[in-house]
Design a protein around this ligand. Structure first.
Ligand code: EPU
Length: 291
């Protein structure tokens, strides 16, 4: 780790205020996780680019933090630079910066009579995180509504990628070495969008523990199967390690009921995997990211 003050000065010269040892738990929906060595909140794509360049010059690993909604940060925190997207939230029409709140975008577009993002109702995310995860569910995913994504390439140059050049897959956009700066959406007038959005949201409220401290579905659905149903059939609803429990409402959610640690969650994840493997012979793959 290079000296704190040296890297702080380095960032300051690029117009960025860094903090050191910033606790990450408050920035995650699970409310779990230790500190980041270095933490910055750029306000513009140019500042974000400067932060990425500074970290590269200093040989520090970089992580992008959006809504922290699909993420388990380790109790020991993370080394290197965490770039928080929360201040990058400008929107011009359907061109939307990475830090923009997805729920707000869904609401605003549906209010404007535009369809295409309803499937994202009830998904806690920012636009950048939702693109990078290809967020979605049973009713579709975000890739279906994307026109283009503005990125920083691994070499650090800004580029606009057409939707057709992005290898979107189930819960992945296939370009993890790129940074999402903004996305352009392709929506269409649809008088039915509001009704569909309300229905999807109501179904999620009925079947998912919304409003608790969780990170969404913990595991990907194996091909042709449902992780939640398999975990449920193992009788694991309500299983607990420390402050972490398998939700009684939807078995693919782990809830921090207070005082939970990343270690609690990881032990519970291993327990769930062991039981599902023993009963179904299936290896569950994580959907959430581990930092
Ligand atoms: N089920 C159970 N027990 C449970 C949970 C589900 O029996 O504890 C059954 C349900 O009754 C239903 C079936 O499993 O018959 C499927 O459940 P659900 O409709 O909840 O869908 P899912 O496959 O579990 C997926 C996404 C969710 C998304 C919903 C709704 C994945 C891993 N999960 O869940 O996404 O919200 O569809 O669109 O792709 C997420 O990605 O974080 C997430 C929550």
């Amino acid at each position: 780790m290079i000296a704190r003050t040296a890297f702080g000065t380095f960032l300051a010269e690029r117009g960025l205020d860094a903090s050191f040892g910033e606790p990450l738990a408050p920035y995650t929906t699970l409310k779990i996780g230790g500190p980041a060595d270095y933490f910055v909140r750029p306000g513009t794509p140019d500042e974000l680019r400067a932060a990425v360049e500074a970290a590269r010059d200093a040989d520090l690993p970089v992580r992008l933090l959006g809504s922290g909604a699909n993420l388990l940060v380790g109790d020991g925190g993370v080394r290197g630079l965490v770039i928080h997207l929360g201040r990058m939230r400008r929107r011009e029409g359907l061109h939307v910066e990475a830090g923009y709140n997805l729920a707000k975008l869904v609401r605003e577009t549906v209010d404007a009579g535009l369809g295409g993002l309803e499937a994202l109702a009830g998904v806690p995310a920012c636009v950048g995180g939702a693109v990078a995860m290809n967020a979605g569910g049973r009713h579709g995913d975000i890739s279906g509504a994307i026109r283009y994504v503005d990125v920083l390439t691994p070499a650090g140059s800004p580029r606009r990628l057409d939707r057709r050049d992005i290898p979107f897959r189930y819960r992945s956009w296939g370009l993890d070495s790129h940074v999402v700066l903004a996305a352009g959406f392709d929506l269409r007038p649809d008088p039915d969008a509001r009704r569909r959005c309300d229905e999807i949201l109501a179904a999620k409220k009925a079947s998912q523990p919304l409003g608790t401290h969780n990170a969404g579905c913990v595991f990907k659905n194996p091909p042709g199967a449902g992780a939640g149903r398999m975990i449920d059939e193992c009788g694991l609803k309500g299983a607990r390690v420390g402050g972490a429990t398998v939700s009684r409402k939807h078995a693919n959610f782990i809830v921090n009921e207070g005082g939970g640690t990343a270690t609690d969650v990881r032990i519970l994840i291993d327990l769930v995997r062991d039981r599902v493997r023993a009963r179904f012979g299936t290896e569950l793959e994580l959907e959430i990211l581990l930092w």
